[in-house]
Write a protein that binds this ligand. Sequence first.
Ligand code: HXC
Length: 259
Amino acid sequence: MSEELVVSRTEGAVGVITINRPKVLNALSNELMQVLSQALLAMQADSSVNVIVLTGTDKAFAAGADISAMKDWDYMDVYKSNYIGGDWETMKNVIRKPVIAAVSGYALGGGCELAMMCDTIYAAESARFGQPEIKLGTIPGLGGTQRLTRAVGKAKAMDLVLTGRMMDAKEAESAGLVARVLPVENFLEEVIKIAQGMAGMSQTTLMMAKECVNVALETTLEQGLLFERRVFHATFATKDQKEGMDAFVGKRAPAFNNM
Ligand code: HXC
């Protein structure tokens, strides 16, 4: 694995992937995105990992795609390679375990879009989100006009995309982009604790729940409710549903086996 990406596992079945290119504020080069996808796939395949945390350094989650690398590309370069979203939409379907973005410092451009591809975002008080592509003579290309609009609504998405301004963690939380804002001190440790709480649930049921929430963004309410009800029914075929309910009735902690 590249030095630009640090991969570790904590107790409680949490995998942590840290983007580590601090000299360029974690600018996302093609090479970095490649190793990131390999790391995510490895964690999806690792049965000792239930929840994945994706993070950066204190100053930047990622300040966007690598502008120095990108500046001289022409249309055929980006079209032929399907830069960059094509492969990442496939990745989203392959990675079925919950992926949490832990954002400290800048999450700009492709960095904000990468965070939005995760299942939820926890932000340090220092976090700054934005889609500044307009200032570079381009537009967001990895979901910034689509996922941001679904998360914060049209008015604020237009404001961010057309001005290129940044919003702080509090604004991002009240707009619905961010699940929780946490103090800078011990930020990653606190996110890992939240992740460990999730990871203590049934892995199978976590994946089912994630799948249902994601369907809400893709389909009609009627279809989504039917999908949810069928998956809810399916949980009754798992041993973990028996274990969870037996444990509640027996006034003890559940011990899920991901079965
Ligand atoms: C390459 C970058 C970079 C980036 C920062 N750096 N962001 N290099 N690509 N996206 C480099 C700087 O050139 C500089 O290198 C070093 O990191 C530190 O950055 P500074 O600008 O000196 O830091 P600071 O003054 O603190 O300002 C921080 C900042 C600013 C506000 C985040 O760096 C900035 O505006 N960065 C660009 C943000 C951006 O436009 N992102 C969108 C990219 S386009 P040196 O060598 O000088 O020390 C995009 C499209 C996605 O993401 C589409 C996907 C398909």
